[in-house]
Design a protein around this ligand. Structure first.
Ligand code: ATP
Ligand code: MN
Length: 473
């Protein structure tokens, strides 16, 4: 019975559950991938991981009871099923181990497996993104990523927000054409054009030019002005050719939209929301955070705790510019210029957050020229009620605003900016029929996961990153 090819059927236990069990002497089954194997001629210790936790379970293999072919196939990366007796472990740092009775090799793995040795660079692991979830690091990151998604749904559900699905294909390009990916079924080698050379879309799938969405906000506003409080959580796409550690061409965005909210309440919501997610990670992802803290970033857990326990600074843009100008006067060097009206660069945001305040900052009241058309105009005629939440290491993690609910003011701004509104009549209808004060924000999901995992490149917190010149896997 020790060598069974046809193994006894024992119900599988996940390693996460198994390690907390104390019913020693019970026959259990685990299935997973071999991480390491060591030992002597008499006894082998095989570490198995099944992804349910960062922890491995140790399988103790009494060599003389197993057939040589099976033993030879227990190699790093191989997939095995083990029946054995749950035993109290005497080894340090583990509670239970398994005395193997039967081992079945579900999938062999030869020495061309690229994850033989530990200590690969993050760059190399990106090239094998199909296998990197099997490493400790990426297992931890993707479990945390899942937990952040759960935290987001819980946060909003508990507060009576409805999860609203906005379209991924859109025909409105008001948020900045050029940044969008086109969706077409047209034959690109044979395009129908008018006399001026513009493409005619009437024979395209949607009968007009269509793209992948850059944000669900505009449709989210339709929902908020009916259901009261909603949020979206879905993929968004930006064809911006910015090869930075904080931008992806395909990323996930969380966009709550709330009727009857004003600027102070919007800032409270932003702060409460991020703190809830970070606290969730501290509560639910302890093992994974401890691993990342030890291996990558010794300040990680402390930084997360600090964010949860610190009141975010609320800073008008004008005041922010004054602080940055003072920094320059005191000899601080920035690459990009600072003046009232400038769009702040990441270096400016990080100076304010990491050096000046040493706290997260919610910046408000931006010059209208650098913000989107839909933001509520302040009475000064110069600024709008935008709110960006700026974070240590990350820079902008949230962009939000109170929306302009006045039909005339909104139209005037749209005309001023020459925004093509012919496809946007439905958006303007919200301001015509029972308009109401409302606002919301967009959080880049991967920026949140970046912060919580302490990773430094956004390509390492999404399973299969899409960036300029890269869509492998
Ligand atoms: P940035 O200045 O960093 O490019 P943005 O001003 O273009 O950001 P918004 O349009 O306000 O960002 O989008 C809302 C949020 O979405 C941002 O605060 C950020 O967290 C996230 N985000 C924006 N662009 C990207 C991207 N290319 N990849 C990943 N996340 C993004
Ligand atoms: Mn951007």
């Amino acid at each position: 019975m020790y060598i069974g090819i046809q193994m006894e059927k024992v119900k599988r236990t996940k390693i996460a559950d198994l390690l907390s069990r104390t019913d020693y002497g019970t026959m259990v089954n685990v299935k997973g991938w071999v991480r390491t194997r060591r030992g002597s001629k008499q006894v082998n210790f095989v570490a198995i991981n099944d992804g349910s936790t960062i922890k491995n379970v140790q399988i103790v293999v009494d060599v003389e009871h197993f057939n040589e072919t099976v033993l030879k196939e227990i190699t790093t990366g191989a997939c095995v099923s083990v029946n054995g007796i749950l035993t109290e472990s005497i080894g340090a740092g583990q509670t239970a181990e398994i005395q193997a009775r039967e081992i079945e090799i579900l999938g062999t793995c030869d020495n061309t497996y690229p994850l033989q040795k530990k200590g690969h660079s993050m760059e190399f692991l990106r090239e094998i993104a199909h296998l990197r979830p099997r490493t400790n690091t990426f297992g931890a990151i993707f479990r945390i990523r899942h937990n952040m998604a759960m935290a987001i749904h819980n946060f909003f559900h508990e507060r009576g927000f409805f999860y609203f699905h906005t379209p991924i294909i859109t025909a409105s390009d008001c948020e900045g054409a050029g940044q969008m990916f086109q969706v077409t079924t047209k034959n690109l080698y044979d395009l129908k054009k008018d006399e001026s050379g513009s493409i005619i879309y009437d024979d395209d799938f949607f009968g007009k030019q269509a793209s992948l969405t850059v944000s669900g906000q505009l449709e989210g506003e339709l929902a908020a002005t009916a259901l009261g409080s909603i949020y979206t959580f879905g993929p968004t796409f930006r064809a911006e050719n910015s090869n930075t550690p904080r931008h992806l061409a395909e990323f996930w965005m969380v966009e709550p939209e709330v009727a009857f909210i004003d600027l102070p309440d919007l800032m409270d919501l932003e702060e409460e929301f991020i703190k809830y997610c970070v606290q969730w990670a501290l509560n639910h992802c302890q093992d994974d955070l401890e691993f990342l803290n030890k291996m990558f970033d010794k300040g990680l857990i402390e930084r997360l705790q600090k964010v949860v326990n610190t009141a975010f600074v609320r800073l008008p843009y004008t005041e922010g510019i004054r602080i940055l100008e003072q920094a320059i006067a005191d000899g601080h060097k920035f690459e990009f210029p600072v003046y009232w009206g400038a769009d702040l660069a990441s270096e400016h945001e990080r100076y304010l957050v990491e050096e000046h305040f040493k706290k997260p900052v919610i910046m408000i009241d931006y010059p209208k020229e650098i913000k989107a058309f839909y933001m509520k105009q302040n009475d000064d005629g110069k600024t709008v009620q935008g709110t960006d939440v700026l974070f240590p290491q990350i820079g902008e993690i949230i962009g939000g605003s109170v929306r302009e609910e006045n039909h005339e003011k909104l139209l005037a701004r749209i005309e001023e900016l020459n925004i093509p509104m012919k496809d946007m009549w439905w958006y303007l209808d919200t301001r015509k029929f029972g308009t109401c004060p409302h606002g919301g924000f967009g959080l880049g999901f991967e920026r949140l996961v970046l912060f919580v995992t302490g990773m430094t490149n956004i390509r390492d917190v999404i399973p299969f990153p899409r960036t300029p010149k890269n869509a492998e896997f």
